[in-house]
Write a protein that binds this ligand. Structure first.
Ligand SMILES: NC(=O)c1ccc[n+]([C@@H]2O[C@H](COP(=O)([O-])OP(=O)(O)OC[C@H]3O[C@@H](n4cnc5c(N)ncnc54)[C@H](O)[C@@H]3O)[C@@H](O)[C@H]2O)c1
Length: 312
């Protein structure tokens, strides 16, 4: 089935990969983006007749309303992403991450659908030997986390909605980020041949970007099975600690030295394992391993040392 889809922030890290996939599947895809980080991430799509780019701020209500009217499905990705960036621009964080989502929901008809990604960082500090699931209490500690958690509540007021709580994403994208944990540690391993790890036993869950894209496609194709619900979205074999991640990288970057730094706090106090069983029971499972992703990143960073525009 050919859908009309609007992706806000479709030129970003997740957006550029997702837009490419959906255009290639034959959907009519509209992207609205101000190209804050990369001017080039969608260049390869300008040849496609089913791709429509709108260089516009999502806060332009008139334009956004007009675009929403045209489509069957909205995927809002435009946001200020990450705690440090939101602390720097709190007003814009609330405008983009929360008020803009409220505006989209208000302008959706009952029949129109929305798929919304938020972060699983709201789980904060999990209990020892226990996995957080979708019923675990959310306790976001940053403004970024709070705006995303509040926006998720708004999205769920719309019946035709699916929310994904994403693990930390890794892997290559047309709009590259090296500030995400796996991407960052691989980048530093190659650049400095040395990793300083503090709070090495902090636990995290990860997911490759192509699995994120596949999950969105799965949600589009199985919407009625998933709708009105929240799903954790991560790779179940990638619930590991920071030191385990560093050791995985060392297996592929032999000369790497890992140093554990004691008595230093990680500004990011997340520490939890996440259960992805709910989405897996519906039929979607993330598959790309951390080893595959690390190998991909090593090759990418070896050949592309410049032109990476990070969020912070
Ligand atoms: N990457 C992750 O690990 C991750 C994890 C969980 C959730 N998410 C969510 O996924 C979404 C996308 O994240 P990402 O990693 O692709 O981030 P990103 O920063 O790469 O993408 C955001 C995009 O939004 C665009 N944008 C920013 N302000 C805009 C404005 N005012 N008008 C129009 N466009 C604007 C930017 O140009 C960029 O292309 C966000 O909502 C984020 O919260 C990401």
């Amino acid at each position: 089935m050919r859908l009309k889809i609007l992706i806000t922030g479709g030129a970003g890290y997740i957006g550029s990969m997702l837009t490419t996939k959906l255009v290639n599947l034959g959907h009519d895809v509209h992207v609205i983006d101000t190209l804050v980080y990369s001017k080039e991430s969608l260049n390869h799509l300008f040849i496609k007749k089913n791709f429509f780019f709108h260089f516009e701020d999502v806060r332009n209500k008139k334009k956004l309303k007009k675009l929403i009217k045209k489509v069957d499905l909205v995927i809002p990705l435009a946001a200020l992403v990450g705690a440090p960036l939101c602390e720097k621009n709190p007003k814009m964080a609330v405008e983009l991450n929360l008020k803009n989502i409220k505006f989209i929901i208000k302008n959706l008809s009952k029949k129109q659908k929305i798929i919304y990604p938020t972060s699983n960082s709201g789980y904060g500090i999990g209990e020892k030997n226990k996995f957080c699931d979708e019923n675990s209490p959310l306790n976001p500690i940053s403004l970024y986390g709070r705006t995303k958690a509040d926006a998720e509540k708004e999205v769920l007021k719309h019946e035709n909605s699916v929310c994904f709580r994403l693990a930390t994403v890794f892997g290559y994208s047309y709009r590259m980020r090296s500030d995400l944990l796996v991407n960052n540690l691989v980048y530093l391993s190659l650049k400095e041949k040395k990793l300083k790890i503090f709070e090495p036993h902090f636990r995290r869950n990860f997911i490759h970007i192509s699995d994120v894209v596949e999950a969105f496609v799965f949600a589009i194709e199985n919407f009625s099975l998933l709708k009105s619900n929240i799903y954790n979205l991560g790779l179940s074999t990638a619930n590991i600690t920071k030191i385990q991640l560093a050791k995985k990288i060392k297996k592929q970057v032999k000369q790497l030295k890992i140093k554990v730094i004691k008595n230093r706090k990680d500004p990011d106090q997340r520490d939890y394992f996440v259960s992805n069983r709910k989405v897996e029971k519906k039929g979607f499972k993330a598959l790309v391993s951390l080893d595959e992703g690390i190998s991909e990143l090593i090759q990418y960073f070896n050949f592309n040392k410049k032109n990476i525009h990070n969020n912070y």
